[in-house]
Design a protein around this ligand. Structure first.
Ligand SMILES: NC(=O)c1ccc[n+]([C@@H]2O[C@H](COP(=O)([O-])OP(=O)(O)OC[C@H]3O[C@@H](n4cnc5c(N)ncnc54)[C@H](O)[C@@H]3O)[C@@H](O)[C@H]2O)c1
Ligand SMILES: O=C(O)C(=O)C[C@]1(C(=O)O)C=C[C@@H](O)C=C1
Length: 291
């Protein structure tokens, strides 16, 4: 079954980018969208993020083959409740949340008789809102699907084909494994960036203007990540608590080992680690995953 109409709930960076990517890559697919924020709905109309901006979530969902929830992870349950009564027979409901197990549980409870296939396009920026979306966001990026066991191969195939048509590469994964992998590759890096920028701005010996003035290199890269949306990231950490705490425990141990190496003047330990991490960066670039 090829997807012919898509309802997008939440018209920020992700929802807006999906609407624009559909218009670019599959102009025959009809797009309807809704955002809880009236200003976001107006901006979505102005930018043409979807063909029809609706005044209710139900109206955006009622004629869709595929409904994609593009709201913060903590709002997925509210969005599912808002579309439930309008969902047509045979619809697939999916989402783009950055953590998967708690979203899968929430959607299953809210939509017990509906085909739900949670998904996570591993593509984004530090920007948010309806002005931030762009059609190329998903090109060459992974989209991870975490289908429950009872979903048919046909429905998984239809959703995979949809994401492929927007330029994504597909990976199928267990939701819990997804959460562990993304904790270390995305969630902890954000936590570290939030911490280092917060620490620098709290220092008494270094003025705020010095932090801004001398943030040319490494620190500047951290400030980009630390500018990411506060609501989105609050929800990610609250909803991927176990995996984040597990990975944070390991990170803290490794940081303590580095601290000890510096205190003892153990240059070999530092050099060995930095050599390993440099090789990882180079292999990411060789695989064409750098942007
Ligand atoms: N930003 C990223 O880099 C990125 C990448 C991949 C996945 N994600 C995930 O995508 C989702 C959306 O993130 P985003 O970056 O697009 O955020 P965003 O803030 O740009 O957009 C979210 C939109 O959802 C709307 N909204 C909130 N609650 C709603 C509700 N109940 N009904 C309808 N609309 C509602 C908001 O008004 C906002 O416009 C999140 O779950 C996030 O974890 C984000
Ligand atoms: O590039 C960035 O700004 C991002 O933070 C994107 C990023 C990531 O960590 O890779 C952020 C959250 C997502 O769920 C997916 C992608």
């Amino acid at each position: 079954m090829a997807i012919q109409s898509v309802g997008i709930i939440g018209l920020g960076l992700l929802g807006g980018s999906i609407g624009l990517a559909i218009a670019k890559h599959c102009p025959d697919i009809r797009t309807m969208g809704y955002d809880a924020d009236p200003e976001a709905r107006n901006a979505a109309r102005d930018r043409g993020l979807v063909q029809t901006v609706c005044d209710t979530a139900a109206a955006a969902a009622e004629k869709a083959d595929l409904v994609i929830l593009c709201v913060p992870v903590g709002a997925m349950g509210f969005a599912a409740d808002a579309v439930r009564s309008a969902l047509p027979d045979g619809v697939i409901v999916s989402d783009v949340g950055s953590s998967k197990q708690s979203v899968a549980d929430t959607l299953r409870a809210a939509l017990p008789d509906i085909t739900v296939i949670p998904a996570h396009p591993v593509a984004g920026t530090e920007q948010s809102g309806p002005e931030a979306g762009f059609a190329e966001l998903f090109e060459g990026r992974w989209c991870i699907l975490t289908p429950p066991d009872d979903v048919s191969e046909t429905d998984i195939g239809a959703l995979s084909e949809f994401w492929r048509s927007l330029g994504s590469k597909i990976e199928i994964m267990d939701a819990q494994h997804h959460d562990l992998v993304l904790a270390v590759t995305s969630h902890i890096p954000h936590l570290i960036a939030y911490t280092i920028v917060g620490t620098a701005s709290d220092l008494e010996e270094v003025t705020r203007s010095e932090v801004i003035k001398y943030s040319a290199g490494g620190f500047r890269d951290f400030t980009r990540i630390a500018a990411s949306d506060p609501t989105m990231w609050r929800d990610v950490f609250l909803n991927n608590k176990d995996a984040v705490l597990e990975m944070l425990g390991r990170f803290t141990e490794d940081l303590t080992a580095l601290q000890r190496a510096i205190r003892r003047g153990d240059g070999d330990a530092l050099h060995e680690l930095f050599t390993r991490t440099r090789a990882i960066r180079r292999s990411i670039i060789e695989q064409g995953q750098d942007v």
